[in-house]
Design a protein around this ligand. Structure first.
Ligand code: TGC
Length: 395
C-alpha cells in the first residue's frame, strides 16, 4: 500500500530536489563525469581505505587525465572551466568521501592556484601542466603547529643568502606532503609573508604523515619540518607579498568546500531515505512515522538551501563579484548543516548507522575535520561579523 502510494506520487530525493537540474549545461557535464568517476573508481574501495588509513595514490593520474585538477585555471594544460563547474565536481567527489575532495582542493585550489596566481612564467610552465596531469603533486604549507587560525603569527622564516634563501620552521596538517613533489611554503621574510616553491627532496625538508586520525582516514595530512632548507632565488613566488597571497588561495579552497560538503550531506540524506522506506519497526516502515518524516523534511530543507547557496556563490564567482565574507557565509553554513544532516541520518539508521555498512559515520567524522580546516566556524563567524560591523573581533 505504502509502496504504491510512493510510486504514484513520484518520491525520493531526486524527485523532490535535484542538484543536477539547477546547473548550467557545462557544469552539469563536468558534474556527471565527476559522479561517474567517483562512483566507479573511489566508491568501491573507500570503506576499506578509510578503515586501513590508506590513500590510493594510483588514482592521482587518472583524476588528472579526467581533467579535474586545477580545472578552474586557464592554460598550462588546465581546462579553464567555470567556478560553478568546479563546485559541482567537488560535490560529486565529496559525496563519496571528503578525503578525495580534499585531494582535488589541495592540488588544484591551493598548490596550483598559488602558482597560477603568483608564480613566474617559468614556474607556471614547469609545474602547472605536470600537476594538471597528476604527474606531479603539490602541497600548501601554511598552518603551523602552534595553531592554524592566525597565520599572521607564523614562525617559519626565510632569510636571504648570497644566491637564494634558507627556510627554517615547522608546518602541521599539510595535506599530501608525504606524496608531494613540490611544496608551496609560506614564510616570514623582511618583506612580510612570502611564498616559496620547495621541491620536497630538498635536504632539510621532512614530511611525516599524522597518524591516529579518526577522520579523513583515506587521505594524508602531515607534519613538515624545514631545517635550514636552501633554495635558489627563483624559488620565490614573485607575485605574492603579505598574507593576502595565501588568503586568496584559501578563498578558492573554501569555495570548493561550500559545494563539496553538500555532496556528503546528499549521501547521508539518501541513505536515511532508503532506510526509512525499508526498515520496518512496530509493523510499519519507519518512514511512515511522523517523527521520521519531520527529520527527513528538515534534512531536505537544509540540503536544498545549502546547494542553492553554493549555486548562488558560484554564479557570483563566475561573475567576478564574490566577496571573502560571502565565502565565509557559505563555509560556515554548509559545513554546519552537513554535520547536522549526517547526525540526523545516523539517528534514522539506528544502531547500524555506526557501521561501515552505511557511509554516514565516515562522512560525520570527515565533516568534523572539514569544520576545522580552511577556517573554523568561529573564524568564519568573525569574518562575517567584521563585514557586518566594520569592527575586528579576532583578538
Ligand atoms: P587581515 O588583516 O584581515 O588581512 C591581512 C591581509 O590579507 C587580506 N585578506 C584577504 N585577502 C584575500 N582573501 C581573504 N579571505 C582575505 N582575508 C584577509 C587583507 O585584506 C589584508 O591585505 P593587505 O593587503 O591589506 O595586507 O589579517 P588577520 O591576520 O587579521 O587575519 C584575519 C583572519 C582571522 C580572517 C585570518 O587570519 C584567517 O582567515 N584565519 C584562518 C586561516 C585558515 O583558514 N587557516 C587554515 C588553513 S588550512 C591549512 O593550512 C591546511 S591546507 C589544507 C590541507 O593541506 O589539507
Amino acid at each position: 500500500m505504502i509502496e504504491q502510494t510512493l510510486e504514484t506520487a513520484g518520491s525520493g530525493l531526486e524527485a523532490v530536489f535535484s542538484v543536477d537540474a539547477i546547473l548550467p549545461e557545462d557544469a552539469r557535464d563536468w558534474q556527471l563525469r565527476a559522479r561517474e568517476f567517483a562512483r566507479r573508481r573511489i566508491a568501491p574501495t573507500i570503506e576499506e581505505d578509510f578503515e586501513a588509513q590508506h590513500f590510493r595514490r594510483e588514482l592521482i593520474e587518472e583524476i588528472g587525465a579526467a581533467g579535474f585538477l586545477g580545472m578552474h585555471i586557464s592554460g598550462y594544460g588546465c581546462a579553464g572551466a567555470s567556478a560553478t563547474a568546479y563546485g559541482a565536481v567537488c560535490l560529486e567527489f565529496e559525496a563519496i568521501d571528503s578525503g578525495w575532495r580534499t585531494f582535488v582542493s589541495v592540488q588544484g585550489s591551493l598548490a596550483m592556484t598559488a602558482i597560477a596566481k603568483f608564480g613566474s612564467e617559468e614556474q607556471k610552465q614547469r609545474w602547472l601542466p605536470e600537476m594538471a596531469a597528476g604527474r606531479a603533486v603539490g602541497c600548501f604549507a601554511l598552518t603551523e603547529p602552534s595553531g592554524g587560525s592566525d597565520p599572521g603569527a607564523m614562525r617559519t622564516v626565510a632569510q636571504r643568502t648570497a644566491d637564494g634563501w634558507v627556510i627554517t620552521g615547522a608546518k602541521r596538517w599539510i595535506g599530501l606532503a608525504t606524496v608531494a613533489d613540490i611544496a608551496v611554503v609560506w614564510a616570514q621574510t623582511d618583506d612580510g609573508v612570502r611564498g616559496f616553491l620547495v621541491p620536497t627532496d630538498t635536504p632539510g625538508f621532512t614530511a611525516t604523515a599524522i597518524t591516529g586520525k579518526h577522520a579523513m582516514r583515506a587521505s594524508i595530512q602531515c607534519d613538515i619540518t624545514l631545517d635550514d632548507v636552501q633554495v635558489a632565488s627563483d624559488a620565490l613566488l614573485p607575485g605574492a607579498v603579505g598574507l593576502r597571497g595565501p588568503f586568496s588561495c584559501l578563498n578558492e579552497a573554501r569555495y570548493g568546500i561550500v559545494w563539496g560538503v553538500m555532496g556528503a550531506a546528499r549521501s547521508c540524506l539518501s541513505a536515511a531515505i532508503d532506510r526509512a522506506r525499508s526498515r520496518v519497526v512496530f509493523g510499519e516502515p519507519i518512514g511512515a512515522y511522523q517523527l521520521t518524516q519531520a527529520k527527513l523534511a528538515d534534512m531536505l530543507v537544509e540540503y536544498e538551501k545549502g546547494v542553492l547557496l553554493a549555486r548562488h556563490l558560484g554564479a557570483q564567482k563566475d561573475a567576478g563579484t564574490l566577496s571573502h565574507a560571502q565565502i565565509s557565509v557559505g563555509k560556515l553554513n554548509n559545513v554546519r548543516e552537513a554535520i547536522a544532516i549526517a547526525g540526523t541520518a545516523r539517528s534514522i539508521l539506528g544502531g547500524d548507522g555506526v557501521t561501515s555498512e552505511f557511509p554516514v559515520m565516515r562522512h560525520m567524522a570527515n565533516l568534523e575535520a572539514v569544520r576545522t580546516y580552511e577556517g573554523t566556524d568561529e573564524i568564519h563567524a568573525l569574518i562575517v561579523g567584521r563585514a557586518l560591523t566594520g569592527l575586528s573581533a579576532f583578538a
